[in-house]
Design a protein around this ligand. Sequence first.
Ligand code: DGL
Length: 295
Amino acid sequence: MRQRPIGVFDSGLGGLTVLQALTDLLPDEDLLYLGDTARYPYGERSLAELERIAVAVAGHLVERGVKLLVVACNSATAAALPALRAAYHIPVVGVIEPGVRAAASASRTGRAVVIATRATVASGIYEDTAARLEAGVRLRSVACPGFVELVEAGRTSGPAVTAAVRDRLAPLLTARIDTLVLGCTHFPLLARPISEVVGRDVTLVSSADETAFEVRDLLQRVGWLREPGDQPAARRFLTTGDPVTFARLGSRFLGTPLRAVEPVTITELGDEGPAVPELGGAVARGGTRTERAAS
Ligand code: DGL
């Protein structure tokens, strides 16, 4: 089990911010990343639809033999974490609890705002999680539609991007907060314009590092950390979108050439229709097959 890759997925390029934190903390681990670029923005979809999509995408990674799943997407975590944990018998780590913990340790005043997608905000998950964990921080979530599209188009800096960011964040500037939680994994890629708009005395927090620590602790507990072998750790990438664009933008965001990008179709992911119960059943059966193969 310990030599298997960690599976990571998101609606597109945003989850690379989490993948980078995993690489930094766990350089010996193989990583298999799936960017569902054909279907971003996840955050404009209903929670029910997102749950169905996330279960199918995760099922594909499980079929490919990952030992642990990282849901590197706040919207999918908000919509599907319990369903994913019920469908697959491997550890599943989301990004919301780590984000709340990061906010709690960053905020001195206990007043923070989360910027996220519409789906994440609609779910109320940040507020609920902060209350459940008794994190000592009061979070208010604000939707920032349009930010994900900027990142997926490779537009992460420049006057037009700063102006678009300012438009969305201007109402926040009157709130007395000391911490801004980047509650969408795409948003750290806009950290510069966001920081320019909210000011440098507001600390920007992302869940990436905390998520990586959670993964490390979990793998350590179950004894599944990869042994460094003759082969260096590999990072492989799948996308439902255009692999050339994914490789080009991914290389830019990770600061290193991203070679192994493979296309995968939505049909291959086993997500062909909107019938939630049918798909849930099919994917759950896939999970069982993989468990048998793994044992
Ligand atoms: N990066 C994802 C998130 O953290 C999804 C963004 C989107 O596709 O809307 O919510």
